[in-house]
Design a protein around this ligand. Structure first.
Ligand code: KG4
Ligand code: ZN
Length: 339
């Protein structure tokens, strides 16, 4: 029954968790930096790495004490070592290497995006039938995978420009609303009329499994401010009009995500769909997938956004498969983290 300490610092959350058997989450501590980045309406890398440095030790200590665990009960240290902001990665990876060396236990490097797919197994321990189609939709990624097993995920489509969560954040800024924009627009959407405005659905006219959201974001900008960007201000929109924009924008995002998933399922003969990442918390998306022809698995809400339980969870499978060597404890190079 391995107990793994997971560490996550790829972007703007400093997180640590203790997970047993890859499923039972004994602690899940997340120090979010949202308030620090809110006034910039996006993550500022330099601020993020400084905050990680301040938070990392207290977060790790809290994760251990909340789990009621001591160091001699930890069987391995797992860390998200790619992809991410280099300064942010540096903090988590250095902490993980140091701890693994100190306690003499294996160090397991985990791909952050892949771990978002794993998060559907946390607490429930479900084993989704394979092959599966996986979608990771977050602030940094919109990535479609074909999975032959939880460990065997092949990237089959990705965004050509903005990630879907990033589009949510930018549209929220255009509407003069807060950050992160996803939960705010998701909350407003049910009060608006999704058919009041027809925003574009990109890349649906050919076979590709790739995504594009920058045109949709620009369409919202033109709708709100006029084609020159200066004809109107958002202050001229009523509350109902803002809700309509939120509803129509969300409908366009959800249509595109669902349609690409449908195509991938058909193409690969998938037996289920796995959806993870911050946008997988979206109520509109969850509702739209309710009647999907194959089972759809979402993570519990607390594991949709960035967390370290998913890192420790996926590490458990990697440990069992003997795949602990991706991160060299002795090497001090950046390339192995970002490749
Ligand atoms: O997975 P995550 O915490 O970080 C990345 O790996 O990027 O995702 C954060 C993103 C943000 O862009 C946020 O606006 C979005 O997830 N998000 C949502 C919702 N909750 C969070 N987007 C749409 N609907 C939501 N309910
Ligand atoms: Zn993430």
């Amino acid at each position: 029954m391995p107990s793994i300490l997971g560490i996550e610092s790829t972007c703007d959350e400093t997180a640590a968790a203790v997970v047993e058997d890859g499923v039972r989450v004994r602690s899940n501590i997340v120090a979010t930096q949202t308030a620090l980045h809110a006034k910039y309406r996006g993550v500022v890398p330099e601020i993020a790495s400084r905050a990680h440095l301040e938070n990392i030790n207290p977060v790790i200590e809290e994760s251990l004490s909340a789990a009621g665990a001591s160091w001699d009960r930890i069987d391995a240290i797992a860390v998200a070592h790619r992809p991410g902001l280099i300064g942010s990665l540096l903090i988590g990876v250095t902490a993980a290497k140091t701890l693994a060396w100190c306690i003499g236990k294996p160090l397991i490097g985990v791909d952050h995006v892949h771990a978002h797919l794993y998060s559907v197994r946390l607490q429930s321990g479900i084993d989704p039938p394979m092959p599966a189609v996986g979608l990771v939709c977050s602030g940094g990624h919109t990535a479609l995978y074909r999975l032959n097993s939880m460990l065997d995920a092949e990237l089959v489509g990705t965004t050509l420009d903005d990630a879907v969560g990033e589009a949510y954040d930018k549209v929220s800024a255009i509407l003069g609303l807060g950050y992160p924009g996803g939960p705010i627009l998701d909350g407003l959407a049910p009060r608006g009329d999704p058919s009041s405005i027809r925003f574009p659905r990109a890349l649906l006219d050919h076979d590709s499994l790739d995504f594009s959201f920058s045109g949709l974001k620009t369409a919202v900008l033109y709708h709100v401010r006029g084609r020159q960007g200066r004809e109107r201000t958002v202050a001229e929109l009523s509350q109902q009009q803002i809700s309509d924009v939120a509803a129509a924008f969300q409908a366009a995002c959800v249509d595109v995500l669902c349609e690409k998933i449908r195509r991938a399922v058909e193409r690969f003969g998938a037996r289920c769909v796995i959806i993870g990442g911050g946008v997988s918390a979206n109520r509109g998306l969850r509702q739209a997938m309710e009647k999907f022809p194959v089972p759809v698995f979402f993570p519990p809400l607390e594991f949709c956004t960035d967390n370290a339980a998913m890192i420790a969870g996926l590490a458990d499978l990697l440990l069992a498969a003997g795949r602990t060597s991706e991160l060299d404890l002795d090497a001090i190079t950046y390339s192995q983290w970002t490749a």
